[in-house]
Design a protein around this ligand. Structure first.
Ligand SMILES: Cc1cc2nc3c(=O)[nH]c(=O)nc-3n(C[C@H](O)[C@H](O)[C@H](O)COP(=O)(O)O)c2cc1C
Length: 225
């Protein structure tokens, strides 16, 4: 598919249905106009009160990517080690499936510094509509004013023929990321999205629970549809 005209060639359902994580990315540059369209798509996302309390740092500087890559690789190593240990004793099919994902993740961690672009999504916690802040459980509503923008960017990448994956491991070392990218207070980080043209097939079929397991009719647990 012609990358520049891809936006006109894929329907939104097809984009969503095939938006799997793509972690093997080519270092080839992504044209500015393509990246602009991806970020513009993010800007169309809804936010509480239309405040848009998010920003994105488009990282393309090699020195910064090297440093972010070092931080990411440390976290990925710890995560993948634990994940591989948990897989011991799992059925072969499950192990094979997960190992495929982990190897792709290893590749991303090893080649992070070669990414043509990394989108670091930030949010302002002081300007978010957080209607669940006072409940005695973890608060999630604030995320709804930044993650729709991230998802829009992912969908736009898909439409542009770009591989991408939503990552959050860098949030574990947020102070280092804030410093490295000169992100001022009170901004914080929500996600980092590596972007690039895929090495292999890129996006494709996804595995998700069927609607019947996810949706209920009027009452929790009542079959719908
Ligand atoms: C909140 C969130 C955090 C994630 N963090 C990472 C991450 O740090 N690194 C990574 O490689 N993938 C990350 N992922 C990608 C998921 O692992 C991936 O979407 C999931 O395994 C489903 O795979 P699929 O999209 O290819 O079907 C994250 C996804 C979400 C939604």
């Amino acid at each position: 598919m012609n990358e520049a005209s891809a936006t006109t060639e894929i329907g939104v359902y097809e984009a969503m249905r095939s938006l799997r994580a793509v972690r093997r990315l080519r270092p080839d540059p992504v044209p500015d106009d393509v990246l602009y369209r991806v970020v513009e798509a993010a800007s169309w996302a809804p936010t509480g009160g239309n405040v848009q309390p998010w920003r994105v740092v488009v990282v393309r500087d090699t020195g910064k990517l090297v440093q972010l890559g070092g931080l990411y690789a440390e976290r990925w190593l710890a995560y993948s080690k634990q994940h591989r240990a948990q897989l011991e004793g799992a059925p072969e099919a499950v192990r094979a499936q997960n190992e495929k994902m982990l190897r792709a993740g290893d590749h991303l961690a090893e080649h992070f510094h070669e990414l043509p672009a990394l989108l670091v999504f930030c949010f302002d916690p002081t300007r978010m509509a957080i209607t669940d802040a006072k409940l005695e459980r973890i608060s999630v509503v604030g995320g709804a004013s930044v993650y729709p923008a991230v998802e829009n960017a992912l969908l736009a990448c898909r439409a542009e023929g770009l591989g991408c994956v939503l990552t959050t491991l860098l949030c574990e070392c947020e102070p280092r990321v804030l410093e490295l990218l000169a992100i001022p207070e009170p901004w914080a980080t929500a996600a980092a999205v590596p972007v690039g043209y895929p090495i292999g097939r890129g996006h494709g079929p996804i595995r998700r629970r069927p609607v019947e397991k996810l949706a209920f009719a009027d009452t929790w647990g009542e079959a719908w549809s």
